[in-house]
Design a protein around this ligand. Structure first.
Ligand SMILES: [Mn+2]
Length: 238
């Protein structure tokens, strides 16, 4: 039986215009039974349409900050690097993939990109735009292979179907931006102890899950991280 083909959006080095992808994304998808392929950044509408038809599911990977113009703001002083080329490709790809109704997994930048594309917005910089009595290091000071904070999982959600009995899971954290206003049609399904939204899903869609953490660094040691990839690839089989 052919494996589901999972198209993964690439990282873009805006200094030298290279694209790349950390191999742990590919290994996580492969371990879950999928066949991962890295998508090209330079693909026009027609090419993206063909790629949308070719792949069975799409992973929107981590990366730089979505440009503030995408959600109607000016760039603030603590915003990080951006890639307009990647913004364009991913925004257009997401539109086409959603028209086709194919499964979508967003990781880190991915959850932010999905939320912005569907009409929500994000904090451009968590430390300077939020005040919490319970500060959490969302840019963790140690290896991504170790979890650094917890996420509480909403009951009855797609995510809870993945995490099973565990309603309070351990995640890593390497983001300085986060979902602020949730886009229409999306619902938050995971929260950090400081209240930040760490996961989003779309209940009326075959499979659309965005997570703010990086399960691709945890899948070997944390069952629910591996299960995110397994359930995603399973949805792509249909
Ligand atoms: Mn976090």
């Amino acid at each position: 039986m052919n494996k589901p083909v999972i198209g993964i959006t690439p990282s873009h080095n805006t200094e030298n215009d290279d694209i790349s992808l950390r191999p742990t994304y590919l290994r996580a998808i492969a371990a879950a039974g999928g066949l991962p392929v890295v998508l090209p950044l330079e693909a026009g509408s027609e090419d993206l349409r063909q790629l949308t038809a070719l792949c069975d599911g799409f992973l929107f990977s981590g990366g730089p900050d979505p440009h503030a113009f995408l959600f109607g703001e000016e760039t603030q002083v603590h915003c990080g690097n951006v890639s307009p080329a990647r913004d364009r490709m991913e925004m257009e790809l997401l539109t086409q993939v959603m028209e086709a109704g194919k499964p979508i997994l967003g990781i880190c930048r991915g959850i932010q990109l999905i939320n912005v594309a569907l009409g929500g917005d994000i904090y451009q910089d968590i430390p300077s735009q939020t005040e919490s009595l319970f500060p959490i290091a969302h840019s963790q000071p140690f290896s991504y292979a170790y979890p650094s904070h917890h996420v509480s999982v909403a009951e009855g959600s797609l995510l809870s179907g993945i995490t099973g009995d565990a309603s309070f899971i351990e995640v890593n954290s390497m983001h300085h931006q986060a979902v602020r206003t949730t886009a229409p049609g999306l619902i938050p399904c995971g929260f950090a102890p400081d209240g930040l939204i760490e996961a989003l899903e779309k209940p009326d869609y075959p499979f659309l899950l965005g997570v703010q953490w990086h399960p691709e660094y945890l899948w070997k040691t944390h069952g629910e991280a591996a299960e995110i990839f397994r359930q995603f690839v399973k949805a792509c089989r249909k």
